[in-house]
Design a protein around this ligand. Structure first.
Ligand code: SF4
Length: 493
C-alpha cells in the first residue's frame, strides 16, 4: 500500500484526474519550471493571504514552509494546546492526509470556524471539495468545526487610500456544500491511495479535464502523441463531437468526413483545410473597409490587472491601461506616424495616458483596434474614472472599428490561421515578413509581467531600460500589424 502522505493540493489533483496525482508523486521530473506570470500570481496570492489575516487580527502564524512540515505540525499543536484562538496556516495530519488551514478561529463554545482564503471574486463549486478535505482532517483529529467559510475578494471594492481588509473581502458560509462533499472524501482517498500504490502509470484518456478546473502541468507528457494540429484544435468543436471523431479513429482535421455534422462556417473552415486554400467573402471585406473613415488611428492598449488595486478609484482585477501605441495614417496607403505612451512604472499611468490620447487623436477618423471591445471597455472605464475627460473619451469610443471582425466572423478563412482569429495567428499568415517570434516580449501576458516587474521596484536601472524598450517594440508591432493586415484586406476586397 502507498505509504506517503497526500496533501490537500494532491487531493484536488486526484479529483481532477487519477493520472495527475500519480504523475505528481512519481514523475515530478516532467513538471517544467514555474512560468514567470504564474509565479507573480502566486506572489500576489501571498499578499492577499497576508491581508486576509488582518480581517481576523491577533492570530498566530505558522511560518514554516513545506520543507519544515514536522516543525509546522508541532508548532500548530503547541499553540492550540496553549489556548491560541486564531491560527493562520496551521498544519495538520490525519490518516496520512496533510492540510494547511488558511485561518482557524475558535468560538466561545470551543468549536472552530475554518476559513479558506481565495483570490477569486466568487465561491466556486470546487471550493466545497477544497474545504471538505480540510474538515475531514480537522474532525478526524477531534476538532469540532462549526462553520466553513470562504473569504474571497469583493469585486465591488474601490480603493480609497490604504486597503481595509473588512471592505476588501467577502465572507460566505459554505458549511453545507462542504458537508455534502465530506461524505465522498473517504471513498476518494481510498481510490487515490490505491492508484498511488501501483507503480505503473495509470491509463487515462486526455480530454476536457486536462484544463478544467485547473490547467494540468502534465499536458505535454499526456498529449505527446497527439498531432501538432489535430481535431482538438478545430474551432468551437464541442467535446461530444470530438469524442465521436476519436471513436472513428480520426485525429487529423483533414481526415474529418465531408458529411460530419458541422455548422456552416465550420464546414467552410474544413473545406479551406482540405483544399489548403483561403475562403474570402469579398463583399463582407469591402463592407468592412467602407466603414473606415480616414485618418485612421490604429490603437492598442497594454494592461495589468492586479488583484490588490494599486490606484485610488480602481477595483480588484480591474484592467489598468499602462501603455498605448498609435499608428496614424491620413489616407489609404499613406505615410505612417507612430506615437506611444508608456507609464513610468511608479505612478498611475492613466492620467498621462488619457492626456496623450486626447492630444494626438483628433476629432475625425476611425480608431482601429484588434478585438476593439477590449479597448472600448478600457476607454469607457477611464471616462468613468476621469470625468473631466469623459465626453471626449466617449466620443473616441464611438469611433472604434474592429479589424478582427472579418476573421472572427469567418469572412476570411485561411488554413494558416489554424482555426484561430488571434492577431498572433492572422499576422504571420497574411504578412509573413512580420512575426512575434524572436521578440523578448511576444504577447500581452509577457507585457503584463514586464510592467508588474517594473512596478515591483526590484529591477536595476538597466533592467528597467531594457523592459521599457521591449514593451515599446511589442506594442508598436501590434499597431503596425493592423496597418499591414488592412493593406492585405484591401487587396482581397
Ligand atoms: S494531462 Fe490530462 S490526462 Fe494527463 S494527467 Fe493531466 S489531466 Fe490527466
Amino acid at each position: 500500500m502507498f505509504k506517503r502522505r497526500i496533501s490537500k493540493s494532491q487531493y484536488m489533483m486526484g479529483l481532477q484526474c487519477l493520472k495527475r496525482i500519480w504523475l505528481y508523486n512519481y514523475r515530478k521530473d516532467l513538471i517544467g519550471p514555474v512560468p514567470e506570470d504564474k509565479q507573480l500570481r502566486f506572489d500576489e496570492g501571498h499578499l492577499v493571504g497576508e491581508l486576509a489575516r488582518r480581517y481576523f487580527k491577533g492570530g498566530k502564524l505558522i511560518g514554516f514552509n513545506y520543507t519544515r512540515l514536522r516543525e509546522a505540525i508541532e508548532e500548530t499543536a503547541r499553540l492550540i494546546k496553549n489556548g491560541s484562538k486564531i491560527i493562520y496556516e496551521g498544519a495538520f495530519v490525519f490518516n496520512d492526509v496533510l492540510i494547511r488551514a488558511d485561518i482557524l478561529k475558535k468560538n466561545k463554545d470551543n468549536s472552530w470556524n475554518l476559513i479558506e482564503v481565495k483570490s477569486t471574486t466568487s465561491v466556486k463549486d470546487i471550493h466545497a471539495y477544497d474545504t471538505a478535505i480540510q474538515k475531514y482532517v480537522l474532525e478526524g483529529l477531534g476538532f469540532k468545526i462549526k462553520a466553513v467559510k470562504m473569504m474571497y475578494i469583493n469585486n465591488k471594492f474601490i480603493k480609497n487610500g490604504e486597503i481595509n481588509s473588512k471592505d476588501f473581502f467577502t465572507l460566505e458560509t459554505i458549511t453545507e456544500p462542504a458537508n455534502t462533499h465530506l461524505k465522498e472524501v473517504k471513498k476518494n482517498l481510498r481510490k487515490f491511495m490505491k492508484t498511488l500504490s501501483n507503480k505503473k502509470e495509470p491509463k487515462m484518456e486526455i480530454g476536457r479535464h486536462c484544463a478544467s478546473p485547473y490547467e494540468c502541468e502534465f499536458r505535454e507528457h499526456c498529449w505527446k502523441d497527439i498531432p501538432d494540429y489535430s481535431i482538438y484544435d478545430f474551432p468551437h468543436l464541442c467535446w461530444q463531437k470530438i469524442n465521436e471523431l476519436e471513436e472513428l479513429g480520426i485525429m487529423k482535421i483533414k481526415d474529418i468526413p465531408d458529411d460530419f455534422p458541422l455548422s456552416p462556417w465550420q464546414q467552410l473552415f474544413l473545406k479551406a483545410e482540405k483544399t489548403n486554400k483561403r475562403i474570402i467573402d469579398t463583399g463582407s471585406i469591402s463592407d468592412f473597409i467602407k466603414e473606415l473613415k480616414y485618418p485612421l488611428y490604429f490603437i492598442d492598449f497594454e494592461t495589468i490587472m492586479p488583484s490588490l488595486p494599486l490606484y485610488n478609484g480602481s477595483r480588484p482585477y480591474q484592467q489598468i491601461v499602462f501603455q498605448v501605441s498609435l499608428h496614424i495614417q491620413n489616407k489609404a496607403g499613406g505615410e505612417l506616424k507612430h506615437l506611444e505612451y508608456l507609464g513610468d512604472g511608479k505612478n498611475d499611468p492613466r492620467p498621462m495616458l488619457v492626456k496623450f490620447m486626447l492630444k494626438h487623436i483628433k476629432a475625425k477618423g476611425s480608431l482601429v483596434a484588434y478585438n476593439a471591445s477590449f479597448e472600448k471597455t478600457r476607454i469607457k472605464e477611464m471616462a468613468r474614472e476621469f470625468p473631466k475627460y469623459a465626453k471626449d473619451l466617449l466620443k473616441m469610443k464611438d469611433r472604434m472599428a474592429d479589424i478582427m471582425k472579418p476573421f472572427q466572423k469567418r469572412k476570411y478563412i485561411d488554413p494558416r490561421f489554424r482555426g484561430s482569429y488571434s492577431l498572433k495567428k492572422v499576422l504571420p499568415a497574411l504578412v509573413p515578413a512580420m512575426t512575434y517570434k524572436g521578440l523578448d516580449i511576444g504577447d500581452g501576458g509577457e507585457a503584463q509581467t514586464a510592467y508588474l516587474n517594473m512596478l515591483s521596484g526590484k529591477l536595476s536601472a538597466g533592467e528597467t531600460k531594457k523592459l521599457r524598450k521591449d514593451l515599446k517594440i511589442y506594442c508598436g508591432q501590434d499597431t503596425l500589424a493592423m496597418v499591414e493586415i488592412l493593406k492585405s484586406l484591401y487587396k482581397s476586397a
